[in-house]
Design a binder for this molecule. Structure first.
Ligand code: PMV
Length: 299
């Protein structure tokens, strides 16, 4: 008799390149150790238990059903990832669900197959999406997009996230940037090119473990995200709070409009940066890189 199959998948932050990545520019994203856990067992019907959007579960089961028939499943989701905050909560739930289905129904999908299928699920729900969230959540570590290459396992500095506790709609923000680009194509394309160059330098300073320069690039990237209209007063306040309390750099992560910022700093400055973010009205979350992406939870 089969029991419950449990899989988990991580959240992510962008070190550089969100929005520009929609136009095929480069981005670097990192899996972080906030996880979504999915418990799945066979059932004679379909039951989904989650405090977030059930569409990702339904669509993941639908997409998987084109590979192996699924008569019924019960899925329970527990998540440490704030929803709608730019940390990739929907990708994590999709990836973890596909991982559990893969095992329960012996589909023999590779991690690459799961990442691709998860991307199709996200795209079918969100309309526009880059494969960043689903790929990072499946593979973990530090990933270059659109190449979909894992360029590093970890970072040798601390990551502090600041949640504004406001929500931004990725779909609306991507649409707003598209409209801005239609109206001022030359200006916006120059900004996207600059972001692409920032990502090229991010790769270099990551490899050299020069976090001071990496932080400076994050600051420049933040300014450019503001320039294309995806900033907010709350996001700027948290960025300022982190920087003025000793972070190497800080920027919006994800679609913007609300959601989170990401800061990097020396390990010994974490408490200070947390204080800076909280004084500015945010919720600070100290995160480590998750070298693991999708993984089976045993016991
Ligand atoms: O807010 P998130 O985590 O969904 O990130 C959105 C990032 C964009 O580049 C704006 C869109 C995308 O799908 O890459």
């Amino acid at each position: 008799m089969r029991g419950v199959v449990v899989y988990s998948a991580p959240a992510k932050v962008y070190l550089s390149g969100e929005h520009a990545v929609v136009y095929n520019k480069r981005a670097v994203a990192v899996g972080i150790d906030l996880r979504t856990t999915v418990r799945l067992e066979r059932s004679d019907n379909f039951h989904y238990q989650t405090n977030a959007d059930t569409r990702y579960l339904e669509e993941a089961v639908n997409a998987f059903s084109s590979i192996k028939a699924v008569d019924g499943v019960e899925i329970k989701v527990e998540s440490e990832i704030p929803v709608g905050a730019g940390l990739g909560s929907s990708a994590a739930v999709t990836v973890a669900t596909l991982g559990a289905l893969n095992e329960e129904f012996d589909a023999n999908l590779s991690k690459e197959d799961i990442a691709k299928l998860a991307f199709e699920v996200e795209r079918s729900i969100q309309g526009v999406a880059s494969p960043t969230d689903t790929f990072v959540s499946t593979m973990g570590g530090c990933v270059l997009v659109p190449d979909l290459l894992r360029i590093q396992d970890t970072l040798d500095c601390a990551i502090v996230i600041g949640d504004t506790r406001t929500v931004g709609s990725t779909k609306k923000l991507v649409q707003a940037v598209k409209e801005l680009r239609s109206s001022e194509p030359e200006v916006i394309d120059l900004i996207f090119d600059a972001i692409d160059r920032i990502t090229a330098a991010v790769i270099e300073w990551l490899e050299a473990a020069d976090y001071k320069r990496l932080g400076m690039l994050m600051n420049i990237n933040h300014g450019l995200l503001d320039a294309i209209g995806v900033g907010s007063l709350e996001l700027s306040a948290l960025v300022d709070g982190a920087r003025s309390h000793g972070a190497y750099g800080a920027k919006i992560t994800g679609a913007g409009g609300g959601g989170c910022i990401v800061a990097i700093c020396e390990a010994k400055k974490v408490a200070q940066v947390v204080e800076g973010i909280e004084e500015a009205g945010g919720k600070a979350i100290v995160a480590d890189v998750s070298g693991d992406g999708l993984r089976k939870v045993v016991g």
